[in-house]
Design a binder for this molecule. Structure first.
Ligand code: ATP
Length: 257
């Protein structure tokens, strides 16, 4: 079964076609990587899936629901979560509050409930706090819960983004360059964490990444973009040896000489 499907997606910025007639299926429960040279259109694809950009044409289906035209907050509520290439934390909030802020769209709070601190309100607040702590615990940074986010080590900030995404209880988790800036040991831990997330929460993971070592280790499928088009798709071994992929990364042989 497919968790996420793109059908003939095109995205234009004026005269620039950033994504060109792109179609793919992401199998439910899989770990899939999207790779490609700088400017290939990878982040634009995530931005369309999450409602930050509206495609010029085509369909994006979360199982069988079309996401095109929906707001980012609606798409989050439908079960899509993401992290960002450049961290987007609230730097001056505590680690715990960062995760709670991510859950905002999932709560049933009303203005009156918040004003009067009704029993239902207090119960919901407790549940939010417990869920947020459980997510911090899951990624291994619960000891930092009271710290101000900007003061965390960089690797822990990346984990905080993942905890915040998990707290929205997604069906599909999109990770945009999660290994950027991490050292070898942190990358190995990240690989283990992503596998554990998939097993525990039974969700589908899609990763944009440049680190080929990580891609080979973690991906079951790889989709390769170049100039906004899909040039290859398959297992890591098949795809990374594909002549068009080698050419996209290294340039044509005659150009390289
Ligand atoms: N908001 C925007 N306005 C205009 N052009 C944009 C916008 N967003 C992306 N682009 C352009 O679309 C193309 C694809 O960009 P995108 O960021 O999706 O590539 P990418 O594969 O994620 O690159 P990288 O690996 O460097 O992050 C690029 O030419 C980029 O300049």
């Amino acid at each position: 079964m497919s968790a996420l499907t793109l059908k003939n997606i095109t995205l234009k910025f004026g005269g620039l076609t950033a994504v060109n007639d792109l179609s793919f299926d992401i199998p439910a429960g899989s770990i899939t990587s999207i790779i490609g040279p700088n400017g290939a259109g990878k982040t634009s694809v995530f931005n369309m899936i999450t409602g930050f950009y509206r495609p010029s044409s085509g369909q994006i289906l979360l199982q069988d629901e079309n996401l095109v035209g929906k707001k980012p907050s609606q798409i989050t509520c439908m079960g899509m979560a993401r992290t960002f290439q450049n961290l987007r934390l609230f730097p001056n909030l505590s680690v715990l509050d960062n995760v709670k802020a991510g859950m905002h769209g999932r709560t049933k709070q009303t203005v009156w409930g918040a004003l009067w601190q009704t029993r239902a309100q207090k119960q919901e607040e407790r549940l939010i706090e417990e869920t947020a702590m459980a997510c911090l615990n899951f990624v291994g940074i619960e000891e930092y819960s009271e710290r101000i986010a900007k003061n965390l080590p960089y690797g822990a900030q990346r984990y905080l983004e993942i905890a915040r995404a998990l707290a929205t209880q997604p069906r599909v988790l999109l990770l945009d360059e999660p290994a950027a800036g991490l050292n070898y040991e942190e990358k190995e831990n990240l690989i283990a964490l992503i596998r554990r997330i998939r097993e525990t929460y039974q969700l589908t993971v899609v990763i944009i990444e440049h680190d080929m070592g990580l891609i080979k280790k973690i991906s079951e499928r790889v989709i390769v973009l170049d100039y906004g088009q899909k040039i290859a798709e398959g297992t890591p071994v098949d795809v990374l040896n594909h002549p068009r992929v080698v050419e996209a990364y290294l340039g044509k042989e005659e150009e390289a000489v």
